[in-house]
Design a protein around this ligand. Sequence first.
Ligand code: CP
Length: 314
Amino acid sequence: MTRHFRTDDDLTSAEQHRVLSRALELKVDRFASTALAGPESVAVIFDKPTLRTQVSFATGIAEMGGYPLVLDGRLAGIGRRESVADVARVIGRQVRAIVWRTFAQADLEEMADVAQVPVINALTDQLHPCQGLADLVTVAEHTGGLAADGPALAGRSLAYVGDGSNNMAHTYLLAGAVAGMDVRIGTPPAFQPEARILARAEQIARGSGGSVSVHTDPVAAVRGVDAVATDTWVSMGQEDQADQREAPFRRYQLNADLLAAASPSAIVLHCLPAYRGKEITADVLESEASVVWQEAENRLHVQKAVLEFLVGEA
Ligand code: CP
């Protein structure tokens, strides 16, 4: 059966643990995986802007002996010039895997349903699971590594403050629940996570020993946690709402006062790009607690581990 990474919970807790462990190995030995030797091609398609995702997938695929076929999705016109299903049938016959950044999660899932090769979610409006894994690796590096057995980050805590309805909030809920973490979302009442995702995260957490909660008080969300994360208040596609989206989130800015409520050894995560003075202050982003550059590098290592896992399972 072809395996995909469409959502954070496409990996079980044991599989996520395996992928995170492998990412840490590949970080030490960059060329240890030859899973794409041939070279086999991987289509890496972008319907939205990118820096980190394009660089890390292209670099990682090459380091695995493969060929990164980076495509501008706007030129291909997926879903407009040609249906998602027809594109999946064309590409799936030629490449070893498909990585796609697009808008609708449903389109990504249709690609996975039709393509005969693994499909990886490189960000949709709903989820950003590759970023979620990179963030978990980064938390592990700063909190004593991965658990010896069981969920990878059992007992560790992470708070996300900002837009609770965006893809990073959803990803932290699901990926953190799979990892057995205590995940807390601090967000205004009008920006709650999707009920279906919150319910799924609660269900996963019951099995993994983790927990998930949503708070309107950002200090309550952050109190004592091992990691504090935030993201832009204006996600891709919301640029025309930038002005009205600022006021509701001001109280949730990740600044020194809010960070002081976290554990004294807490790390700061941001998937980037960051908007200094908006969702995070410059002093916090540049502080010793901030591990955002390491977090960005970890995209490379974890995505290689995901590719190796999916190609191996297929
Ligand atoms: N964090 C992230 O996905 O970065 P890019 O949008 O630059 O790819």
